[in-house]
Design a protein around this ligand. Structure first.
Ligand code: GLV
Ligand code: MN
Ligand code: MN
Length: 412
């Protein structure tokens, strides 16, 4: 048997070609879930997968599975993948690397004429980012039963368009029932999106788990009034109250150093007119920590600060937790498989916990799962300037190939 090896040039070229879809001026991509650009990226992936002799299937939430057949079709597949959607000012590797590394695994196995016992599937999950339709990791959540299909399909963007409508528009509202099949194992390759591997000069991050995430929607309501005649003490300015609360939210993360994180990333002011005192503001809170108890204490602090702000500023409002993703621990043998593969190729490596959420989080609930990280330049991601070295991308794909092959040869 010829030892399979990824074709580095082909992988990099595929990543560059994919990055032209939704390309932004500064070298990133904008491919929000369910947009034309998301549709075009999916079409390209399907085209490549069909040329690699894969069977393509789309489920009801739009998850896209490209299967390379195995010797035993009755055995559950080894699934590899990530996502093709992006943030509005996203990087070209966040998600796309994991999907195209999975495709490269299939292409490399084809080149070597290797027949695996189990099928291997490259998957692109729907709406991992959750930027247009909250919450994040939606496709994998529905696939694994963590989220109801109807809740996902009825999620709305800020203009009131539902995920269902957007999938219809791009032709990816599939017919296959969600989660209709067991998986033998799941592996996801991804850029780290943080500074650790680069700082430690390691090529491969052996990912042991993912930190916990809480998402909140917050609304503060005051009273619209004229910016000129209304005396300062008479005002109930929702934006001014929100500004105070945003500072308190940042302090919550600082009180939970070094691992606490809080972010207010989306903010709307009503009526958003320069000479009207804002009567209402809506904003989001993203809160993260690897320790579940710390996440409880951070949530308690947020609720207390919200109440205090409302009292002090004579505002009313609502603070609603819309999503909780507890910390995840990956499966030991999968973690070790990744570590062995890195050692086999003499790639420097270290164990790491993911700061970002990934579809692997939900897959870990239904099958043995682990992730492979590679460094990203200056630790920068969710930014158009996100970058990664070709050698690292190729190394990550090679590790993915090794672990996929190991698992796809297991008949039990
Ligand atoms: C996904 O990109 C996340 O928010 O971690
Ligand atoms: Mn991602
Ligand atoms: Mn992302």
């Amino acid at each position: 048997m010829k030892k399979p090896s990824v074709n580095g040039e082909r992988l990099i070229e595929s990543l560059e070609t994919m990055a032209r879809i939704g390309a932004t001026e500064k070298g990133g991509v904008c491919r929000l879930a369910g947009t034309t650009e998301d549709g075009d990226a999916r079409n390209l992936f399907v085209d490549w997968a069909k040329k690699a002799n894969c069977d393509v299937a789309v489920d009801q939430v739009g998850n896209l599975f490209c299967q390379r057949r195995g010797r035993h079709p009755e055995l559950s597949p080894v699934i590899l993948g990530s996502h093709l959607d992006s943030q509005p000012t996203g990087g070209k590797y966040d998600g796309a690397f994991g999907v195209l590394a999975a495709l490269e695994v299939i292409r490399a196995l084809n080149d070597s004429n290797i027949e695996t016992d189990r099928p291997i599937e490259a998957v692109s999950w729907t709406n991992e980012e959750g930027s247009r339709f909250p919450p994040a990791m939606m496709g994998s959540a529905v696939f694994t039963g963590a989220l109801k299909l109807s809740d996902a399909l009825s999620a709305k963007d800020l203009d009131g368009c539902t995920l269902q409508q957007s999938l219809d528009q791009i032709g990816y509202a599939g017919s296959m029932p969600c989660g209709n099949k067991p998986a033998h194992a799941y592996f996801e390759a991804h850029i780290e999106q943080g500074p650790i591997l680069e700082a430690e000069s390691k090529i491969i991050g052996v990912v042991e788990g993912i930190q916990g995430i809480r998402w909140f929607d917050c609304t503060l309501v005051g009273e619209e009034a004229h910016a000129g005649p209304t005396p300062m003490p008479a005002r109930r300015d929702a934006l001014s109250g929100a500004a105070h609360l945003v500072q308190q939210i940042e302090a919550i993360a600082n009180d939970h150093e070094p691992n606490g994180r809080t972010t207010v990333g989306q903010f709307q002011v009503f009526p958003n007119s320069r000479n009207v005192i804002p009567g209402r503001v809506c904003f989001t809170v993203d809160m993260r920590h690897p320790d579940p108890n710390s996440l409880v204490s951070m949530k308690d602090s947020l609720q207390a600060q919200f109440k205090l702000t409302c009292e002090k500023t004579k505002l009313e409002g609502k603070l609603e937790e819309i999503w909780y993703s507890p910390p995840t621990h990956f499966e030991q043998t999968c973690i070790e498989d990744v570590e062995h593969a890195a050692l086999l190729h003499q790639y420097s490596n270290m164990r790491i916990i993911s700061g970002a959420g990934h579809d692997a989080k939900y897959m870990a609930e239904v099958c043995p799962t682990a992730m492979i990280f590679i460094p990203c330049k200056d630790g920068l991601s969710h930014n158009e300037l996100e970058d990664a070295a070709d050698d690292h991308l190729i190394a990550g794909a090679q590790v993915l190939l090794e672990v996929a092959l190991t698992k796809a040869m297991e008949t039990e």
